[in-house]
Design a binder for this molecule. Structure first.
Ligand code: PLP
Length: 352
């Protein structure tokens, strides 16, 4: 018997979503292609060039370098690797806030660089004074997160760029989740707002592509060259990706989603998600919970553990922040009806 795939009707914690129908079709058609071997699989290699160009458009970069990665983790690991290769230090360090995704911990482990975690300010963003105090001549990379995993916060990217510049470090922006909503906000997050060198921006999150479709962007080809290794048995001569054989499904579906949705469809999707987040925040506040203001479509609230467990037992796929708040990500599959039904269950199951 075939297993049923995941239904999305109670999923409130995932940063992935139901792919757009065009993305789903494209993924299926390109399932048996490998962009890791571009001389053999030329059609998907061309599509990858288009994916990078489109991602550049989303992120404010006219002539981008990059590739479609397996996800934000790979893009972040590779950004740290580029910075390490560029660094003029035997003991390079990377400065990120505590709110950064745990993929930076993995990057530091595998690349043997020192990870300097700095605290966040009262609004869950990187504390600039702490960042200033942490950088030194061994700093290879300063990271800003544009849409944090737990609270959807955007670090002050231009200021982080100035700090990176003051010590000759690169600036990486992790917009893995936020990248497809931020173009419709006033945040200064993109290549056109700050001296960003590299960026993680994932089509398989808010971009509505099929998994796996992450994005690594670099301001110049020479940054990407830091990753290139020779590929003797392939027709092409060098490879910058971390994985070898890769899924063409992710590449093709990323292009299909972006062709269909950029920019009007993503704008409409952002506005709906943001309105849903504000509706939920309001409903939770009215019930006496402490709510972290959803500046992007992500709501965190102080729902006590027994209530949280009761909701999970009811089938709601929800998660908690490191400090124990309920976390709801208003992805495109999250409808107002779903949230209303969730709040009704909360009222019914609440343990005070
Ligand atoms: N960066 C951010 C801000 C994220 O929220 C996530 C995942 O949620 C990642 C990176 C890692 O992405 P992936 O799970 O696609 O590797």
């Amino acid at each position: 018997m075939q297993a049923e795939p995941q239904a999305f009707d109670r999923v409130l914690s995932s940063m992935c979503t139901d792919p757009h129908p065009d993305a789903r079709d494209a993924a299926e058609r390109f399932l048996a292609t490998n962009p890791g071997d571009p001389a053999t699989y030329q059609r998907v290699a061309d599509l990858e060039d288009e994916a990078v160009a489109l991602l550049g458009e989303v992120a404010g970069l006219a002539d981008p370098a990059g590739y479609v990665a397996s996800g934000g983790t790979e893009a972040n690991v590779q950004a740290v690797r580029i910075a390490r290769e560029r660094a003029d230090s035997p003991r390079p360090n990377v400065v990120v806030s505590e709110a950064a995704h745990f993929s930076f911990q993995k990057a530091a482990d595998v690349l043997e660089v020192e990870l300097r975690l700095v605290p966040t300010d009262g609004d869950h963003c990187a504390d600039l004074e702490a960042v200033r105090a942490s950088v030194d001549s061994d700093t290879a990379l300063v990271v800003g997160v544009a849409g944090t995993t737990e609270y959807g916060r955007v670090d002050p990217i231009p200021e982080l760029g100035e700090i990176a510049d003051s010590v000759g470090a690169l600036l990486h922006v992790d917009a893995a989740w936020g990248g497809f909503v931020l173009p419709f906000t006033d945040y200064e997050w993109g290549f056109d707002h700050a001296p960003v060198d590299t960026m993680a921006i994932d089509p398989h999150k808010m971009g509505r592509a099929a998994v796996p479709a992450g994005g690594l962007l670099a301001r110049s080809e020479s940054l990407l060259d830091e990753l290139a290794v020779d590929t003797p048995y392939l027709e092409s001569t060098a490879q910058a990706t971390l994985t070898g054989t890769r899924s063409g499904a992710g590449v093709a579906s990323a292009v299909a989603a972006m062709r269909t949705l950029w920019p009007a469809g993503y704008r409409e999707q952002y506005l709906r998600s943001q309105r849903n987040a504000e509706w939920l925040a309001d409903a939770l506040e009215k019930r006496g919970y402490e709510v972290v203001d959803p500046t992007l479509p992500l709501v965190a609230a102080s729902v006590p553990r027994p209530t949280f467990e009761a909701l999970r037992a009811e089938g709601w796929r929800i998660s908690r922040t490191a400090t124990g708040e309920l976390r709801v990500v208003c992805m495109p599959h999250v409808t107002r009806e779903m949230l209303a039904s969730f709040v009704a269950d909360l009222d019914r199951l609440e343990v005070r």
